[in-house]
Design a protein around this ligand. Sequence first.
Ligand SMILES: Cc1ncc(COP(=O)(O)O)c(C=O)c1O
Length: 542
Amino acid sequence: MLFLIRPAYCKKSLIHTLYPTPNNFTLVYYCRPAIHCNSSEIMANIREVKHLPAEYYRDFLSTLAKERKPSPIRSLFPLEKTPGVISLLAGKPNASTFPFTSLSFSARSPTDPTQESTLTIDGAELEAGLQYGDTAGLKPLLDWIFGLQEVFHGRRRGEGWRISMGSGSQDLIYKAVNAMIDPGDSVLVESPVYAGVIPMFHSLHCDQIEVETDAHGIRASSLRSILEQWPTDKPKPKVLYTVPYGCNPTGASATLERRKEVLKLAREHNFIILEGKSSSGFLLVAVSSHTHTAPSPIFSPFSASVRCAFSQRVTNLLLYDPYFYLYYGKEPQYPSYFALELEEPEVGHVLRFDSLSKILSAGIRIGFASGPEALLNAIDQHTATSNLQTSSLTQAIVYRLLDSWGYDGFKTHTERVSEFYRQKRDVFENAMKKHLTGLAEWSSPEAGMFFWFKLLLSDDQGEGGDSETAIKTKAFEKGVLALPGTHFLPNGRATPYVRASFSLTGEEDVDRAVRRIREAILDARKESEGGGVGVNGNGTAH
Ligand SMILES: Cc1ncc(COP(=O)(O)O)c(C=O)c1O
């Protein structure tokens, strides 16, 4: 059978022709536009993508996921669209009783942020936004995101993977962990690791196996030796969690060679790579009272206040709002694991988590997971029994905005955001050079919002040292808040490292904050030297 598909995102310019074939091969014909393609052009776009079969993932599912029954109502939702069927299925409230009749918001143009345009959601679009919707997400947004994954990762629909939306990527990571990990399982986690996943593994009493990282990301050699020395009587880990660009907390991006080696190991040793949302966007050295993970709000495309004009029955409802996409390195950006896996004999070892938090708004809580259908089904079943779905309305808002931008507009916006954070990095690094030379060591991040730096707390520190007191107590007393590195180590040991975010702080406060960190280090050095002099001979900050 021949399928001719014109996805919504392609408008008229792209047409995909899919030939499903037996044995998990899909031939994809791709041309632009099809009616103008000659046969050699079509042949040039043919590719064969072999994907792992659904049965492969059975061994990857946790007991909880295997025992979960599909929601009797939600699993029948798709049937409501059968032509001629009258649905008496779901307890969907009648939209005519809802007070909202239209919603409009102003957004900055991605090409010229001084220009704003007003976008309106009404009619059927609003109705879908106000109603319960499909567990995996709102169809127009899912279609748009399928297109985005093709543009940025070369992955095409119909090749054994799909997408689910979540209330931020954190929601989806949590559900993925619960879908795959049983209590007591061993898991591979890059170390240091995003602090937000440690409690997930901890509460499942997991044996967190730390895979070493350095300034070039995850060390594939460390992963290889862990796997090759794995005891024969102990089940191998099912997952590896890693953040490949602008890692949180290290700011490091993994090199191409390492990515390829990790993928090869995933195939040889049968594990799934949880590709954490790239290009972080997050915490902060707060000079005063910020303690939250927060991207800089000036890069939300929404105007300072999103004006929701719920005309007629409710008026003037004001909503106030607050990373791959935050790469600003000099070298061209390496492909993601999700993209690179296309070079493997088959795809299906990568479950990727993206987030719109750092590029549209953190408060809007929209993230998405892309990966093997069997794993996404397990995640969706979790959603169907917990929060039912991601907010339809925020998905509708995000779709309206992204559809108005198109993929080019989206790319322009993300380039501008990454340039913003590159400048912030430079400001922070200049302050570090000025105040911390000889007192700390660091590598310059090429993506994201963090510096991960090692405090030189004594002359005989060697590989040891503990930043906890110097940062949590001394630095805080001097008026600066940052996060001691121990919070990013799965096994919580002492470390001389510290994470500082540069997303929000202005130049003057950056200077003040880093100077205060200097003073805290000097105090700690004095203590360890029994009251001796500091690095610069006078123990005072300059
Ligand atoms: C690596 C990583 N993953 C996930 C998240 C959570 O992101 P979201 O806002 O999409 O839930 C963060 C947040 O800072 C993060 O750094």
